[in-house]
Write a protein that binds this ligand. Structure first.
Ligand SMILES: Cc1cc2nc3c(=O)[nH]c(=O)nc-3n(C[C@H](O)[C@H](O)[C@H](O)COP(=O)(O)OP(=O)(O)OC[C@H]3O[C@@H](n4cnc5c(N)ncnc54)[C@H](O)[C@@H]3O)c2cc1C
Length: 459
């Protein structure tokens, strides 16, 4: 058995195979395992170079963490400080209370927020009376969907910054069916998203209050999940550092070209990015499956960059009370989002140091990833000066680049994945897992890994 890619998808697949004693080879081209998960310890601060947490409501990451015996290490986001600001017209405006993603559920905060103008507020109120569609609607872009319910300003100042923060994606291209399936369900059943959300909330009132934090992570960072997964598979893993360049059939088995050598396997789990899988399926003079490769390559990816900056607290006036801010595309120079790390999670900062984490890039902003560290730092410092009045020099900074790492579920995504699954049926023993297919976040990657490991073991 061979697993290509040592990110969370590959490592979780390895874990579930290993639990049943199945031996496997894990091939990773980077010097470190974990893929985009990378925790750094810098001057006593815990810096997440990639993801910093997972959404608590999806159980699969939590279940894996508990199985690994790390349950006691889980910490939740400090939700009493959960305010997100949006940069608009030269100031940081808190997102109004009662918003569920971009759906209003409370009248007072919506009326008083300066984030949206009168026209949008009126459209939000009228939306409550919208009727369900008479026939199923085709897949649309998130922007089209949100625009039809709440108007363009809600696309610009809520949908776009929120989706840039989560997906590094552009709502004009992202598929509403793939990215916001629950909202499509509400639209189908109620017509109005506000009415549907309020109804669901009324039903939930009968349940005991849910005190689960919105986001969870590990006290010592997500890197400790990677370490623990590696420890747990130590007995069944053969690790190979190298890039899989090509995949071929060898009778009823497969062979993978790595480091000018060939590795044979009865099952191959491609746990790498879809574009990387496409390259190996389309390599050589007799490519293994150019059609499947073409389908995989048609899943776009965005590139991003994170910059963690630590400032001496004595040099800063104050940090707003909140998790951070988002910059809508309409107002964006380069900075997409900024997290006030110490307000979001405990145990991240050391002494007087104040940590902020900035995101650059995402869909349409890929060229920023090509900036050298110094230029990227200057870009961020200029914008922090403008947006937060920070003029101090950072005590340290850490730049991490994630080229073509975030899959984009654009309109037609589910259909594309269905065609990929159909094609895959022709190659028994070949499996795909990763953030390109059925969910972008860590919990979804773990869920898919468990399903793939189950399929491998059953056959
Ligand atoms: C900056 C950033 C922040 C994020 N924040 C969050 C967050 O807070 N919460 C959340 O839930 N999700 C977050 N995500 C999304 C989530 O982290 C990823 O979707 C998930 O970790 C992807 O895991 P993966 O194993 O599928 O892919 P990856 O982590 O990309 O791993 C794929 C691996 O395959 C290897 N590989 C590729 N080609 C080859 C080859 N030919 N041969 C050998 N190896 C190969 C790569 O080197 C890589 O290590 C974030 C993503 C990014 C980029």
């Amino acid at each position: 058995m061979a697993i290509v890619g040592g990110g969370i998808s590959g490592l979780a697949t390895a874990y579930y195979l290993s639990k049943r004693g199945a031996p496997f080879t894990l091939i990773e081209k980077r010097a470190h395992l974990g893929g985009v998960i990378r925790t750094l310890n810098l001057q006593g601060c815990l810096v997440e170079a990639g993801p910093d947490s997972y959404i608590s409501v999806k159980p699969w990451a939590r279940d894996l963490i508990n199985e690994l015996g790390l349950g006691g290490e889980v910490i939740g986001s400090k939700d009493d400080e959960r305010v997100t600001f949006i940069w608009k017209a030269g100031r940081l405006i808190p997102m109004p209370d009662g918003l569920q993603f971009m759906i209003p559920t409370e009248i007072g905060p919506m009326i008083s927020t300066p984030l949206l103008g009168f026209g949008s507020k009126l459209q939000m109120a009228i939306e409550y009376f919208r009727k369900p569609p008479t026939e199923p609607l085709p897949d649309r872009s998130v922007a089209e969907f949100v625009r039809s319910h709440f108007g363009q300003e809600v696309v610009d100042y809520l949908a776009e910054p929120l989706l840039s923060g989560i997906y590094g994606g552009d709502p004009e291209h992202l598929s509403v069916n793939a990215v916001l399936p629950r909202m499509v369900e509400l639209e189908t059943k109620y017509g109005s998203l506000s009415k549907g959300t309020l109804d669901a909330r009324q039903n939930a009132v009968r349940q005991p209050p849910d005190r689960t934090p919105l986001f969870s992570t590990l006290r010592n960072g997500l890197g400790s999940l990677v370490d623990s997964l590696l420890d747990s598979v130590a007995e069944t893993i053969e690790g190979v550092r190298g890039e899989v360049e090509a995949i071929e059939r060898a009778g009823d088995r497969y062979r993978l070209r790595v480091n000018d050598d060939w590795i044979e396997a009865d099952h191959v789990v491609l746990a790498c990015e879809a574009h990387a899988a496409a390259r190996m399926l389309n390599a050589g003079s007799q490519p293994f499956d150019p059609e499947l490769a073409g389908l995989l390559d048609s899943i776009p990816y965005s590139s991003s960059m994170t910059l963690a900056l630590a400032f001496d607290g004595k040099d800063l006036a104050s940090i707003p009370q909140g998790f951070g801010f988002l910059v809508p595309k309409r107002e964006r120079q380069q900075l997409v989002a900024c997290t006030f790390v110490g307000n979001k999670f405990p145990f991240r900062e050391s002494g007087d140091l104040i940590l902020v984490r900035c995101f650059l890039g995402g869909a349409g902003g890929e060229e920023v990833v090509a900036l050298d560290d110094e230029s990227a730092l200057q870009v961020v410092l200029d914008e922090l000066r403008e947006k937060m009045d920070i003029t101090a020099k950072p005590v340290f900074s850490a730049v991490s680049r994630w080229p073509r790492s975030m899959a984009q579920y654009t309109v037609g995504h589910q259909d594309r994945v269905r065609r990929i699954e159909e094609k895959l049926k022709q190659h028994s023993g070949l499996h795909l897992v990763g953030n390109a297919y059925y969910g972008i976040g860590i919990p979804d990657c773990v869920r898919m890994a468990k399903e793939v490991a189950g399929r491998v073991l059953r056959s």
